[in-house]
Write a protein that binds this ligand. Structure first.
Ligand SMILES: [Zn+2]
Length: 445
């Protein structure tokens, strides 16, 4: 089973204004809470758990706050903040930096996330490569490796073994740098349910129905628990949320075209998954009823007009669908070369793909009302040619565009976004609930 990565929650609710461990008395509790009132120690632990996350969240938000500033921002007492910071520091989550220069009087020490603290290991299995990376608490990629291999023609176990090998090498490098890998996240090219099962992987024969986390875990040789197993498009969208360079970007759709077309919908800072975890399948939104038959069985799906194979075919480039990472000298490079020299057939293919992509995105924006669309993966590379037709369709079709234009951005994370998101899911889970990962924090006084 796999826990799902999620955004920090509950920072705006709960116990602001109360000291840690000094909960409001029973007089403030609702009658039904009185009848089932948990023991005082349990309440105190609950409160401490909440406040640990609250304080860590303030540090993670950046700006190098001092203990006093964290107290002012959270409403906790300075003494409580100090106790909590000590617990977080003892587990390697926060560090006190050198005092900032230029301050009058005796400045407090600035608090930062500990880059030497627990780290997340991301593993990605894609169609033509396996890769891994280690991300520290600050979000910095500390080590990354990629091994090209044509997984379409390899036995499943051989692919899992290759993925585990690259993961173990990254973990060993991280250990040599003094890091502790706290968990593993896995990015997969297919439909992953909330149960973590890879229900459908169109380009990985024999993988449908596989619960990848327990299949991979034994090969990792007890590295650390697998805490997240998810679709690559979802993890790429989360990477954009966490590492895309704009923390205020909390509502957007990230669309990444690699071999298929996948979207990740982020609303209120959290990934919107749908009831079964299968949300965001933009590639199978109909844009041309009666159009070409899609691998999913339907006709006229977006993927048949704006997926990589469709673009290559329309451009007259030999169709050997591959990722830009796994096959850097493949058809995608030829497509880019022809686009750069202004090959008319290629430009027409890209314009057609951009229009189809814009039509589908406009429909999605009209339904979920997100103000930003981010082009990622292959679409980021093709953005010089796709952006105009996509923007034209958004402008023509999004309700409210006239007074609140949908912003089109291009991701700077490149093809590594998904594996970075997989690693990031591990550290984000720690940041969201540090005591959930380190229960001993609740015992300290
Ligand atoms: Zn389809």
């Amino acid at each position: 089973m796999s826990a799902r990565p999620s955004e920090r929650a509950g920072r705006t609710t709960g116990s602001h204004g109360h000291g840690d461990g000094s909960a409001a008395g029973p007089a403030h509790a609702a009658p039904h809470r009185l009848r089932h009132a948990p023991s005082q120690p349990a309440r105190a632990k609950q409160l401490r758990r909440h406040n640990l996350a609250l304080v860590l969240g303030e540090v993670a938000a950046g700006g190098r706050p001092t203990r006093a500033q964290v107290a002012a921002r959270t409403g906790l007492t300075k003494a409580t903040v100090s106790t909590l910071v000590d617990a977080l520091a003892a587990h390697g989550l926060v560090l006190e930096g050198d005092p900032d220069r230029g301050l009058v009087g005796r400045p407090g020490l600035p608090l930062v996330l500990d880059p030497g603290g627990p780290a997340g290991l991301g593993v990605e299995v894609n169609v033509d490569y396996v890769s891994a990376c280690v991300v520290d608490l600050t979000g910095t990629v500390r080590t990354a490796r990629l091994v090209p291999c044509d997984n379409r023609h390899l036995e499943r176990l051989a692919v899992l073994d290759a993925a585990a090998r690259v993961a173990r090498r990254c973990a060993a490098e991280a250990r040599r740098a003094g890091l502790t890998v706290a968990g593993v996240g896995i990015a997969l090219p297919g439909l992953v349910g909330l149960d973590g099962i890879l229900h459908r992987a169109p380009n990985l024969p024999g993988w449908d129905g596989l619960d990848v986390a327990p299949a991979l875990a034994p090969l990792l040789e007890a590295l650390s628990p697998v805490v997240a197993s998810d679709n690559e498009a979802n993890l790429a969208a989360l990477a954009e949320r966490w590492y895309g360079g704009d923390p205020s970007n909390r509502d957007f759709v990230h669309v990444s075209g690699e071999i298929g077309v996948g979207a990740g919908i982020v609303v209120g800072g959290a990934l919107w998954r749908g009831a079964r975890g299968l949300g965001g399948e933009l590639g199978h939104v109909t844009v041309a009823p009666g159009g070409d038959r899609c691998g999913c069985g339907a006709r006229g799906c977006l993927e048949q007009l704006a997926g990589q194979e469709a673009i290559l075919r329309a451009a007259g480039v030999s169709v050997r669908a591959a990722t830009a990472l796994g096959t850097p000298d493949g058809s995608v490079q030829e497509l880019l070369r022809r686009a750069r020299v202004g090959d008319q057939r290629t430009l027409a293919a890209l314009a057609r793909a951009g229009t189809a992509l814009g039509v589908a995105l406009a429909g999605l924006v009209n339904v979920v009302d997100v103000p930003v669309v981010v082009l990622g993966g292959l679409y980021a590379e093709l953005a010089p040619w796709l952006a105009d037709p996509v923007r034209a369709e958004l402008e023509a079709r999004v309700v409210g565009f006239a007074w609140s234009p949908t912003e089109l951005r291009v991701s700077r994370l490149g093809g590594h976004a998904a594996v970075r998101g997989a690693a990031g899911a591990v550290v984000q889970a720690i940041l969201a609930d540090p005591a959930g990962s380190y229960p001993a924090m609740l015992d300290a006084s």
